[in-house]
Design a protein. Structure first.
Length: 97
């Protein structure tokens, strides 16, 4: 789902780093953020350079993404709410502390 707006919700399974064995199990997280348009505008200069950086990477040109700039917008946000439900390696919910 793609949303366009100043408020950006992120809800669902996220980050599989805690499952160090197979990286299958994810913790469930939710974040509500508000875009900071003035700070995002300051970073647009760097976003415009991403494709040039990608094109000059020392990798096989076939492995480069020809449309990177369109896929990687740089947006600065302020988190107004965040909640994480950590999972144990066996998949069970670990109680929040």
């Amino acid at each position: 789902m793609e949303l366009t707006g100043a408020i950006e919700p992120t809800i669902g399974p996220y980050e599989v780093y805690e499952d160090e064995l197979l990286n299958y199990k994810a913790g469930f997280e939710s974040f509500i953020t508000v875009q900071d348009q003035s700070e995002s505008n300051k970073l647009q200069r760097f976003g415009g350079e991403l494709q040039d950086i990608e094109n000059h990477l020392p990798i096989d040109p076939a492995a480069r993404n020809p449309k990177l700039a369109a896929l990687a917008p740089i947006i600065v946000v302020t988190e107004i709410f965040g909640r994480r439900e950590p999972r144990r390696a066996d998949g069970r919910v670990q109680p929040a502390q």
